[in-house]
Design a protein around this ligand. Structure first.
Ligand code: NBP
Length: 483
């Protein structure tokens, strides 16, 4: 239904797949929603196909769109992230009044959101960068929403966002994350964790397929079974679906027909870059981004495949298949646990760096529904931070430490098996190194400090007394204290 005279509670600008689905979600949940798209064809198409789902107020100019909103006006931008977002913000800020709220629901880089919030605030309006997860399906049926921006905007926006968010056990998957870029920051790390989660599932598949020699349909059954235990999650569920799927044209397993070069839109890369900038070892996420990049390095891969590189002494799998499957399940669980632990470390570091005061319990709560990494396991993460809000690392929570008791040996066996089979398992292996590094009483960092002091007089600390020291490497090798 459309009514030009009715004022809308919320507006959506940008009616490609995400924006139209979000607009339909608002309308289906009893909100009158104003809609506008730069090219009017998308607006017409939305009204024609779905106008009966609720109350829509379509406009063909940004001025009419703004005029169709009740005050304080609330407009969500769902356009291609980047320059388009800046262009639409400028148009809205021009047409809106002081106190109105502009929400960017696209996948913006959080530093852009910080900049935009300042600019829009200087123009008297409020700006909320909101991470929206769950893809097209989530936008339509209930996404997880991570709004940043001013707390007072959340007070106005909260009820309307709660009306469309996913809902788990009566709790809507949306809450105020923190000031300015906090929402887009946690959405970015969410996506980074998603990369790692997908990669470890991929590594488990690779080992079962080419290590244990199993067919995709058989592996699909294994994943179905895994989905009823600790690994119960959306990603494991859809993995079983993909592996069971036959190519409609040839009847071959679809996974064998799909080109093995993984794409990426950039949020995983941003998460890795930010981890480097903050000095947080998010090895699982970074390895996953590199694994996608390597998969897409087609020229190098085909040159290396033509028998160019020695494989060494590859050993066939010499353990019972059922035991190996269970070991792989546990290695997958362990590597996933590390990826989440590292992702939460990055959020903590970002929150401290930018003064956001992000509560990790909120994330474990809202990520349970409407987003790609939704998983039963998030309840455990919530419980871990409920027990101790200042956990030094998620894996140090007593429950997860207990789990690691059961996971560590299978995890080591799987990394050894992957190495002997000559199969890549970058996140399984690097996560184990990360884990062993954390546990290690002594790290080779002492030697690195010695090297740094040798070539660059970078000094070092001593284990036995305070102060900063240097060895006269090119002289008499005496010790001097520099402060
Ligand atoms: P796209 O990212 O494909 O963007 C297309 C939309 O942007 C169209 O409405 C287009 O209008 C509009 N647009 C462009 Br392009 N330049 C514009 C400009 N200068 N002024 C005004 N409008 C402009 O759409 P999407 O896939 O629906 O995604 C929307 C946002 O949601 C993106 O930021 C994306 O990163 C984010 N997101 C997407 C997903 C997903 O699964 N697709 C998931 C989560 C978040 P036109 O019709 O006139 O060209």
């Amino acid at each position: 239904m459309t009514d030009k005279n009715e004022l809308a509670q919320i507006g959506v600008v940008g009616l490609a797949v995400m924006g139209s689905n979000l607009a339909r979600n608002f309308a289906r949940n009893g909100n009158t929603v104003a809609v506008y798209n730069r090219s009017p064809e998308k607006t017409h198409a939305l009204i024609e196909a779905h106008g009966e789902e609720g109350n829509f107020v379509p406009s063909e100019t940004i001025e009419d769109f703004v005029a169709s909103l009740e005050r304080p006006r609330k407009a969500i931008i769902m356009v291609k992230a980047g320059k388009a977002t800046d262009a639409v913000i400028d148009q809205l800020a021009e047409a809106m009044d002081d106190g109105d709220i502009i929400i960017d629901g696209g996948n913006a880089l959080f530093t852009d959101t910080i900049r935009r919030e300042k600019d829009v605030a200087a123009r008297g309006k409020h700006f909320v960068g909101a991470g929206i997860s769950g893809g097209e399906e989530g936008a339509l049926n209930g996404p997880a929403i991570m709004p940043g921006g001013p707390k007072e905007s959340w007070e106005t926006l909260g009820p309307i966002l709660e009306s469309i968010a996913a809902n788990v056990d009566g709790t809507p998957c949306v809450t105020h994350i923190g000031a300015d870029g906090a929402g887009h920051f946690v959405k970015m790390v969410h996506n980074g964790i998603e990369y790692a989660d997908m990669q470890v599932i991929g590594e488990a598949y690779q080992l079962l397929r080419y290590g244990a020699g199993m067919e995709p349909a058989e592996i699909a059954e294994v994943f179905r079974e895994w989905n009823s235990g600790d690994l119960d999650s959306y990603l494991i569920e859809i993995t079983a679906e993909v592996l069971a799927q036959k190519d409609p044209e040839t009847g071959a397993p679809l996974v064998d027909i799909i080109v093995d070069a993984a794409g990426q839109k950039g949020t995983g890369r941003w998460t890795a870059i930010n981890g480097l900038e903050l000095g947080v070892p998010i090895t699982g996420i970074a390895e996953s981004v590199f694994a996608r990049a390597l998969s897409s390095s087609t020229a190098q891969r085909s040159a290396a495949q033509e028998g160019q590189l020695p494989a060494g002494a590859i050993k066939a799998l010499d353990v019972d298949k059922a035991e190996f499957i269970e070991d792989v399940r546990r290695a997958l669980y362990a590597a996933k646990l590390i990826a989440y632990s590292q992702g939460f470390d990055e959020i903590k570091a970002g929150s401290e760096e930018f003064g956001w005061d992000v509560d990790p319990r909120d994330l474990a709560t809202i990520w349970r529904g409407g987003c790609i990494i939704r998983a039963k396991f998030l309840d455990r993460i919530r419980a871990a931070y409920d027990n101790n809000a200042d956990l030094p690392a998620l894996i140090l929570d007593p429950y997860f430490k207990g789990e690691l008791e059961d996971l560590i040996d299978p995890w080591r066996r799987v990394v050894v098996a992957a190495t002997q089979l000559g199969l890549p398992a970058p996140v399984f292996a690097s996560s184990l190194s990360y884990y062993d590094s954390l546990r290690a009483e002594r790290l080779p960092a002492a030697l690195i400090q010695g090297q740094r002091d040798f070539f660059g007089a970078h000094t070092f600390k001593r284990t036995d007394k305070p102060g900063t020291f240097h060895i006269e490497w090119s002289g008499d090798r005496s010790l001097t204290q520099t402060d």
